[in-house]
Design a protein around this ligand. Structure first.
Ligand code: G6P
Length: 612
């Protein structure tokens, strides 16, 4: 989705802005633009298409300004075009603005502004903002920076919806104002300079010290300072947070694509996420949680709410929580949860999972749960992201920045964190002690076993080469393997554009088997000893109808039945999704590569979906 970069300092701003936007390309976008403060007013350079095209625009090399704002747009209001690209300006070109989010009352505001003599040149909701700021600016009798601040504050007070904004004004060549509501924005503190972005990785190579903005905070930036205000323009005290991520972890490090690099980072991501939460002989501890037996005994129901891959991780969490802790647990898609009148009260624990921590539906579901009195716990990979600040409790996965749109290491890190959370609950409730102890031992073997699983890469690549031109591919599994089938099928759809379906293997004969014909590819996942025979029988049914089969298993089976079998290490079913998904991630990757597709930036998809 849309990305924001900004710079205020002593260096030439335009290359910093464009390089920052390039780092945000992974989020998905269709147009890009920058605006800087020059000696003769505000420059503005923008167009539809790739960020790199900005380098070809006439006059871009002449920009000398050391303050500027930049944006990648993902069309919501109005098609991708130069006119609709950000930055937008008011009619008198006094203000340049970039905006992430959606202004829900823009029609109303536009009508008001037109009545007051303003003209509009784009179809965007954003264009109302610079004009509204200008409207209040002209009415303001103050002098000095207060006039700029009050104009922005008054305009923001009229906005309904979500926004992260950067604003520059030709009358204040040494300042910039930024603010946010329900859309991410961070400020990176440098020495005599400040960097602004919607995403930490875009500016991580410049600084590790960040100010994390809360909703409705307005920041007046100069080269040396960041002054924070609330909506009444009272001063707010704010400290920086140091981000431990390494700047090189946002680069490809010799891999062809971020997705492949991130698949191979899974042993580290899992090792880091397990961290020192427990050892073989010590109980599981989460410093961030202070749950006790009374607290947990009082929880009668758990909801796990998320979107996309994060929701699939939630399914593995449900399996562990229900079986280890015996607490009824439901998994919901965030966009559905909000509207289905879920049964929530103060005896409910709602767990929200979001890699980015900025997914609009997940944030809205969290706010709804809080308003009904539920206890809320956020799981995210991004420090200080919106869900982590909104929830009562928060846990982090330690996957490092995930750049490829298709989630891999974030998924497996979410699964392990949820299983460890289930162990933590079970130990507090003092149930299933034996099972929990053996599971803890198994978990500690995971990083090594992931490394072993990654060795199946060339076998998978061979199979992908055989089937990459297929039109339909089916994924089957039972129990936890059905959850993995869902995630495997989503990965394939996302990056290879092959139609694919996942089914509980036992459901096959209730409809989908009608679609199986000669040479259709069916992928079977079998990691549960209790269910393996039944799944083999289901696969026999598709083989009889001429299907080609790829099997991911750690069980003893008659391999001669299948076209290819990938053997993965044996591991407890609670965490087997962390291993069995890896060949499927690689399968999608190699198919997309064989088709010559852009693996990291699949069409129509965005890494962080900040609109509902
Ligand atoms: C988008 C991404 C998916 C991701 C989903 C949820 O659709 O393309 O990869 O799983 O959003 O994202 P979140 O940041 O909330 O985990």
């Amino acid at each position: 989705m849309c990305g924001i970069v900004g710079y205020i300092g002593y260096q030439k701003a335009s290359p910093i802005l464009i390089n920052g936007l390039i780092r945000l390309e992974y989020r998905g976008y269709d147009s890009a633009g920058i605006s800087t403060i020059e000696s003769d007013g505000l420059s503005i350079m923008k167009d539809k298409g790739r960020v790199r095209n900005l380098y070809d625009l006439d006059g871009i090399d002449d920009l000398k300004g050391t303050i500027g704002i930049a944006h990648t747009r993902w069309a919501t209001h109005g098609k991708p075009s130069k006119e609709n690209s950000h930055p937008h300006q008011d009619n008198s070109k006094t203000f340049s603005v970039v905006h992430n989010g959606i202004i829900e009352n823009y029609n109303e505001l536009k009508k008001f502004l037109i009545e007051n003599g303003y003209k509009f040149y784009s179809d965007t909701d954003t264009e109302t903002i610079p004009n509204l700021i200008h409207y209040y600016y002209m009415k303001n009798k103050n002098t000095g920076i207060q006039r700029f601040l009050e104009a922005v504050r008054n305009a923001c007070a009229d906005l309904k919806g979500s926004y992260a904004l950067e604003i520059i004004c030709k009358d204040y060549p040494d300042n910039m104002i930024v603010t946010r509501k329900d859309s991410p924005l961070v400020i990176g503190k440098g020495n005599g300079e400040n960097y602004i972005s919607s995403d930490i990785p875009a500016i991580l190579s410049f600084t590790r010290d960040f100010y994390l903005l809360n909703d409705f905070e307005i920041v007046l930036l100069s080269r040396d300072e960041a002054k924070f205000y609330d909506m009444d323009l009272n001063n707010i005290d704010k400290k920086t947070k140091t981000i431990e991520w390494d700047a090189t972890s946002s680069e490809k490090n010799g891999f062809d694509d971020f997705m492949l690099k991130e698949i191979y980072e899974q042993p580290t991501a899992i090792r880091e996420t397990i961290g020192s939460k427990f050892s073989e002989n010590s109980k599981c501890e989460f410093e961030e949680l202070n749950f006790d037996k009374d607290f947990l005994s009082n929880i009668k129901r758990i909801y796990i709410v998320a979107c996309g891959t994060a929701m699939h991780a939630g399914l593995a969490g449900k399996n562990a929580i229900e079986k280890l802790c015996r607490i009824p647990t439901e998994v919901d898609i965030a966009s559905e949860f909000r509207y289905r009148e879920p049964l929530i009260d103060d005896k409910t624990l709602c767990i929200f999972i979001s890699q980015s921590g900025e997914t609009a539906d997940t944030i809205a579901a969290l706010k709804l749960s809080k308003s009904h009195g539920a206890k809320t716990l956020a799981i995210s990979n991004v420090i200080g992201s919106s869900i982590t600040r909104e929830a009562d409790y928060c846990l982090y996965t330690h996957a490092g920045p995930e750049i490829a749109v298709a989630s891999t290491k974030a998924y497996t890190s979410q699964v392990i964190l949820l299983v460890i959370l289930a162990i933590y609950f079970a130990e507090i409730l003092e149930i299933n002690t034996e099972k929990v102890n053996s599971l803890k031992k198994e978990i500690l073997t995971l990083p090594k076993k992931i490394e072993e699983t990654l060795k199946s890469s060339s076998q998978i690549e061979d199979f992908a080469k055989k089937v990459y031109q297929e039109k339909d591919i089916f994924f089957l599994g039972r129990g936890v393997d059905e959850n993995v089938a869902k995630e495997g099928s989503l990965k394939l759809k996302e990056i290879s554009y092959i139609h694919s379906e996942s089914y509980a293997a036992g459901e096959l004969k209730h409809g989908p088997i009608a679609l199986i014909e000669k040479d259709v590819t069916v992928i079977g996942i079998m990691t549960d000893e209790k269910l393996v025979e039944k799944t083999v029988s289901n696969l026999q049914e598709v083989i009889t109808r001429g299907a080609k089969t790829l099997i991911i298993t750690n069980q003893k089976i008659d391999e001669s039945m299948f076209d290819m079998v990938i053997n993965i290490p044996k591991i407890d079913c609670f965490v087997s999704p962390i291993l069995s998904i890896i060949p499927l991630q690689l399968f999608s990757y190699y198919i997309a590569k064989e088709k010559g597709l852009d693996v990291d930036k699949p069409r129509n998809l965005a890494k962080s979906v900040t609109v509902e």
